[in-house]
Ligand binder design. Sequence first.
Ligand code: MTE
Ligand code: MO
Length: 431
Amino acid sequence: MSDDTGGPRGLHEYFERDPEGADAAFFGRKTNSDRRGFLRGAGLATMGAMVGAAIPFHRNMPAGLVPAAFASDDVLVGKDGLTLLNDRPINAETPPHLLDDPITPTARHFIRNNGHPPEDVGADSWTLTVDGLVDNPMTMTIAELREKFENHTMALTIECGGNGRAAFDPPAKGNQWTLGAVGCSDWTGVRLKDVLDAAGVKDNVVYTAHVGADSHLSGNPDKLPISRGMPIEKAMTDNVLIAWAQNGAPIHPNNGAPLRLVVPGWPGSVSHKWLKRIYLRDIIHDGPKMTGTSYRVPNRPVAPGEKVEKEDFEIIERMPVKSLITAPQTGTASGMKAEVRGHAWSGDRKVTRLDVSIDFGATWQQADLDDPVNDGAWQNWRTTVTFPQAGYYEVWARATDDSGEQQPFALAWNPKGYLNNTMHRVALTVS
Ligand SMILES: Nc1nc2c(c(=O)[nH]1)N[C@H]1C(S)=C(S)[C@@H](COP(=O)(O)O)O[C@H]1N2
Ligand SMILES: [Mo]
């Protein structure tokens, strides 16, 4: 069920409205003919982790029963304070003030699902196949990946290509992301490059193709919800990881456990979750959500609402320069001085400057900006602003990258609502 009207909704409301759907979406529970839901595999493990113990009588639990242990309504399993935009499939974003940590905790990393996550995400039996145009096709367990290749932990920024879509006018269909479809967790895994080198990339390869274990919303097992790829040059960069850990622990089930790609700086859709297979191709990959208007923008500026022909769309590659104000929280009260903080990033580039304005952009003050902790991580920044008198203010932040590109004030409209990198504005009442 899709609902683009926005506003946080709790677990209980989902179970009330669509108990079986909620069961399937949250716990992977399948309902059988006598209306008993059997919790199996990851679903059972997830619910067990939530209530804090194994559930001996789980076979007797009626489908759609919300465990009484979930006292709070604010339960997206293992997540904290996210705003649910859609429950089938699950899509949830993080309010900016909850993204204040330099490294995004797993509980605060957004979720963008195109289908339903797989039920069985056991890390011991999981395999990854690398084939297509390679000299040595291989299938490896996660343990084999860990042993065979050098392990790396890196902070890597993932931002959904549609982050900021809610601001489009005329509106664009799809999840109405505001600001929070972005995060920068620590990811541990091996370099895709090392794995591809071991497989032996054939000379005619131009693109990767990614396959995951999630299922299509239609229930058709022959359909993939999404299969994207990237140019082989991008795949061979040092910060593209095949990861099995997020912030030093197993990846959250909705963030792709037990194995995923992390491709920083490019649309999040390239960072394939529940990764089962990567195959190499001698053409630009044409899987679901690679073609048509998916993750594509017009190859020229267009007027809001303008009709654009399919052949005038091009694939989005790097994400544009952007920043987020994570403190203070918008709509709050402030004293005459305030510390303003946040993050800034620019796909495949470095942010060189972050400026803040409290007078609607008439004057700017330069913030103190950190280097990224590694290539592909967002950059943290902070500054203290002093307000001249009591009243209503807006704090604006504007990042500039090493190519001289700057966040715009006005939105560059496109039909599918991608790449909104306009400046973030925070409202404050000063007294
Ligand atoms: N298998 C699979 N991988 C996927 C997706 C998906 O639906 N299925 N969604 C993609 C999109 S559009 C984004 S923005 C990122 C989001 O990653 P996250 O849910 O961990 O935040 O995952 C990508 N990887
Ligand atoms: Mo996305």
